[in-house]
Structures are given as C-alpha cells and as structure tokens.
Design a protein around this ligand. Structure first.
Ligand code: NAG
Length: 577
C-alpha cells in the first residue's frame, strides 16, 4: 500500500546525506514519472493540468542547473534539493491515487488540501530555484561561503556579494539567513554609502518581510537593524523601503518589539517620515498612537526618534487632529522638559509647529500651562540654540492671543532675556526676539532695562538676509526709542549712529532705506537727546535730501523734522545770544 502521509524515498539513505548529483538524478526520474502520470490521471484532471506547466518549467530549471559549472558546490542546494525531491514524491503518490478509480482515503476534501499543499511547495521550490539561477552565484567559485567584500572591492564584486547574500537570505533556511544578515549588517556598518547599492541590487521587499512576526526573533532583530541603517543612510533606499510597505512593519515593531529593536525601528521611522511625501502613511498605518506611546514609554533613544517622527508629520492637518485626540500635547511637553537635548530640540520644534497651526492647538497648549513652561525653558541655560529658536517660534505663535501677549509684555524676566538673545543669540533667535519685542507693549522701565541691545538691533538692520531681519531690528528700535533715555543712550553710541547714517547713504544699495529712515525719524521726533547734532555732523542732511528726491517713504517727513529742529535750535541760539 502506498504511503499516504509521508513521501517515500527511493533509497534508504536520508536525502540530505546523498551527493547532489545523485539527488538531481533521483529528482529527474521522479519528475519524468510524474509528468507521465499527470496525463493519465482520472480524477481532479483540472488540477493536474494546472500543475503540468509548473513541472515542465521545473524540468528546464533543472537542466539549467546541471549546466551551471559549479552547481554541486552551492550550499543552498543541500537543503533545496532534498525538499524538492520529497515534494515531487508526494505529488507522485497523490497522482497514483488519481489514476485508479479507487475511493479517496480520508475523503475528497482532505485529498484536495493535500494536493494544494504539495503544489504550493512546488511553487516555492521553483521560485527559489529561479532565484538561484538568476543570481549568477552558480557561476562563481567563491559562492561556496558567503564572500565578504574588502575595503578595496570594485563595484562588480560588491554587486555579486549582494546577489549572493540576498539569494541565501531568500532561499536558505535560518542557518543561511542569520549569517547573511550578519554579513549585511557588517558591510553596512563599515560603509553606509553601500546602502544605495544594496537597495538597488538586493531585494528590500524580502528584507522587510523578515520584520514580520512569523519570523524568528533573532532574524527579525537583524532585519530591523539592516532596514534601520538603510533608511537612515540613503534617500533612495528610504524610498524603496517606504514603497515596499516598510513603515507599517516598522510601526508594529515599535509597538511590540524588544527595547533595542524598538530603538532601531524608531530611527527608521523618523528617517522615513522626514520625506514629506511619506508622512501621510503614519495615520494610514495607525501609527499616531504608537508614536505617542513610544514617546512616553520608550528608552531615551526611542523617545528621541519617536518625537522626531511626530515632529516630521505634525505639519499634516489630518495627522495633527489624530495627534490631538491621542493627547500629544502633554507628552511633548514632558519631553521638552525632561528629554535628552536632542529630544528637547525636536519637541520644541513640534510645539512650534503645533502652535502655529491655529487657534485649536494654541488653546490646548495654553491649557497645559505651555506658555509658562516655554517662558521658563527659554531662560534655561542648558537649552541648545536650536531649541531656543523653536521655543521662540512657539512663544511668538502663542502671542497672537491678546491674553498671552499681555502676560509676555509684563514679564520683566522674559523681556530682559529677549534683550540678551538679541545681543548674543544666533541670527534666527535675534530676529524672532526683535520681532517679538516690537510686538509687545513694554513698560518704559523695561525698555530702559534693555537699552544695551540697541547697538545689536542697529547691526541687525545692516543685514539684508534673512528676509525680515532689517524690519524686525528697525521695529524693535522704534519701540525702544519711545523712551527719551534710550535716545540719549543711542546718541552716546557713536558707532551705532555712524552705522545708521551709512545705511541712509543712497550709494549703499543693499539696505532698504525705509527702515533707517524710520529710525532716524524716531530719533529726531520730540526731544532727540542730542542725536540730532551728531546726525547732522555725520552728514544725515544730504542723505535725507537725496532720499526725499528719490521719494523714499518717510524721507520727506524726516527731512522736515530735521529742518524744523534746525530752525528751532537756530532760534534758540539766537535768543540765547
Ligand atoms: C509681530 O506682529 C506681526 C504682525 O502682526 C506678525 O506678522 C509677526 O509674526 C509678529 N512677530 C512675532 C515674533 O510674533
């Protein structure tokens, strides 16, 4: 009686222990029998007909295999051939059942499912064999053990290595997959520039499939590491990873993986969402809650990259709403206060993006006492300059609300700190601080308290870039110069006045004249505290005359003021004399 449940073997030796040539002969024999048998079957004829083309294609694959000079040495065949043989034997025994009219033991349904299982194994073997043949590894003598390209390897050697590696990964069992992944990681760690070649020559889709939970944990872990390096080192591989659905897998890993694996997944997710075209997929893969949870419970590394990913997608309106629903604001503020400095920076950026997105988030942030925290953090000496920049942007977005603006205006500590940032901050911080100062209603006392930043404000006015810097400097100066004491201070700053006059010079074309004209006009209005004399001495009259002729906004008015004052002082002198 034919063995129903187990494939029969032709000899007593287990197939693994037979030389590959013998195995190939056995396979070829069984295959010929099977092909004959599929013609004479009397039941399930349709199904056998579908199988026939697969069997003929196997026949031609096998003949290509035996034509490849080095095929018996390939280690992958040591497992592939025996399992192919056993599948064919199984199919042969099933075909025997169909050639007699005998009833099917166990029923037709069971038989059908056995046949389906065997055919799908056959398809897998065919697929693996095809991969092996196409990879070119059967034509290379160094494919016996996985080669490792040295530092001086040329492109051809690298491409061969990648083909060999991915063939082992795809065709081999765990004993092949693990060393292949190790080797891939080693090569990528040595030279991240190889990422694009790996993305192009390897099978990223397959690698991503290894992130699936059906795989062994150690293999999954290595695959996550490889995907993480590929995603963070090269735009092209990042794109392929995204297109192959990697983001969804990575989010599942971030959700449920072990700590080191979650860190690597977070790094990859941040890198992938850095591309604005990919961000939307975070909500499609239900990633919002996963990212927020990672910000709360992850290791510091995980938190830093998870908040980076949130920052990357916070600009997208749909995602922003989901973020709000999942309670993102307190989570981000927690990181802003207690995260690593990299996490703080990204969290600050995130707050700034959310605060500028509209009233809804501004209200949420204020409800979470966000304003007080931001005002406190900006004075925290340990903040990096990037973090300060983002915090300033967030405060400035919140300042749209009148109540916030009042709170800011009445905080001496904040005003003094803005003055310090204008003197010592980077250019972006200087610009935002100046613009914020200009917008607040500051008491005269506080204006006096920060008089020392006026010299820096004049300097900002000299720089045509970034856009808006000149204006911010000028407007802040205008605000400070409403206090007479400050006019006197500026009059004493000879260098500052010289700079202003120079900016008025029509020959100096980089400067938008409107702004120095505004400032000079402010200096001349009311009692000028001694500025007028110095300005005149520096040649401001001629410049203003020219600018008035050129119809520069405000120039005529400033000129008038200058002349009036001139007359007045002439009169007062005459009177005194
Ligand atoms: C100051 O106010 C202007 C006009 O309302 C606004 O465009 C600008 O963004 C404000 N600056 C800051 C730093 O808030």
């Amino acid at each position: 009686m034919p063995d129903q449940m187990h494939p029969t073997t032709a000899t007593s030796d287990p197939p693994q222990e037979q030389p590959p040539e013998t195995l190939l002969n056995l396979i070829t024999n069984v295959l010929s029998l099977l092909l004959l048998s599929t013609i004479t079957v009397q039941s399930f004829i349709g199904r056998w007909q579908v199988l026939r083309p697969k069997l003929t294609s196997l026949q031609s694959s096998l003949s290509s295999l035996s034509d490849s000079p080095l095929w018996p040495q390939n280690p992958l065949l040591q497992t592939l051939l025996p399992s192919l043989l056993s599948t064919l034997q199984r199919l042969l025994s099933l075909s025997h059942q169909c050639s007699s009219t005998s009833s099917f033991l166990g029923g037709k349904l069971l038989f059908q499912s056995d046949l389906d299982i065997a055919s799908s194994s056959l398809s897998n073997h065919l697929h693996d064999l095809g991969l092996l043949l196409r990879s070119g590894v059967l034509h290379q003598s160094n494919a016996i053990i996985l080669s490792h390209p040295g530092p001086g390897s040329n492109k051809e050697e690298l491409v061969f290595f990648i083909h060999d590696l991915f063939t082992r990964l795809q065709v081999g069992g765990a004993e092949f997959k693990r060393p292949a992944l190790e080797s891939l990681l080693q090569v990528l760690n040595e030279d991240q520039k190889l990422a694009s070649l790996v993305a192009k020559e390897g099978n990223i889709g397959y690698l991503i499939g290894l992130l699936d939970f059906n795989n062994q944990p150690s293999i999954r872990e290595q695959a996550v590491s490889a995907v993480s390096i590929l995603a963070s080192s090269d735009g092209e591989s990042r794109k392929i990873i995204f297109e192959e659905g990697g983001l969804g897998h990575l989010l599942r890993v971030l959700e449920t993986g072990s700590m080191p694996v979650r860190e690597k997944a977070a790094i990859a997710i941040e890198a992938i969402t850095d591309d604005p075209d990919n961000g939307w997929a975070i909500s499609a893969y239900h990633g919002v809650s996963v990212l927020i949870e990672a910000c709360q419970c992850g290791s510091q590394v995980t938190q830093t990259h998870a908040v980076g990913a949130i920052r990357n997608v916070a600009g997208l309106e749909d995602i922003r709403m989901a973020l709000a629903e999942e309670g993102v604001v307190p989570v981000i503020f927690h990181l802003l206060v207690s995260g690593t400095s990299a996490a703080q920076e990204k969290a600050a950026d995130c707050v700034a993006i959310l605060a500028s997105s509209g009233e809804y988030f501004r209200t949420l942030i204020i409800q979470e006492k966000g304003l007080q925290r931001l005002m406190y953090l900006i004075q925290d000496l340990s903040s990096t300059s990037c973090t300060i920049e983002h915090i300033l942007r967030a405060i400035s977005s919140l300042s749209v609300s009148d109540s916030v603006s009042q709170i800011l205006s009445s905080s001496t500590a904040l005003i003094v700190h803005l003055g310090e940032l204008i003197k010592h901050g980077n250019i972006i911080s200087q610009q935002i601080s100046a613009s914020l100062l200009a917008n607040l209603s500051i008491s005269d006392g506080n204006k006096r308290a920060i008089a020392s930043c006026m010299g820096s404000l004049v300097k900002l006015m000299e720089s045509p870039k970034p856009v808006g810097l000149q204006e911010a400097g000028a407007l802040a100066l205008l605000s400070l110069l409403t206090v007479r004491w400050n006019k006197k201070e500026l009059a004493r700053d000879e260098k500052g006045l010289m700079k202003l006059v120079k900016m008025l010079d029509p020959r100096c074309e980089l400067i938008d004249k409107k702004f120095p004209v505004m400032v000079v006009d402010a200096l001349l209005s009311g009692r000028s505290g001694g500025c007028r004399k110095r300005l005149l001495a520096a040649g401001v009259f001629q410049h203003l005359q020219k600018l008035a002729e050129m119809e520069v906004a405000g120039a005529k008015k400033a000129l008038q003021r200058l002349s009036e004052n001139r007359l007045k002082s002439m009169f007062s002198r005459t009177w005194r004399e």
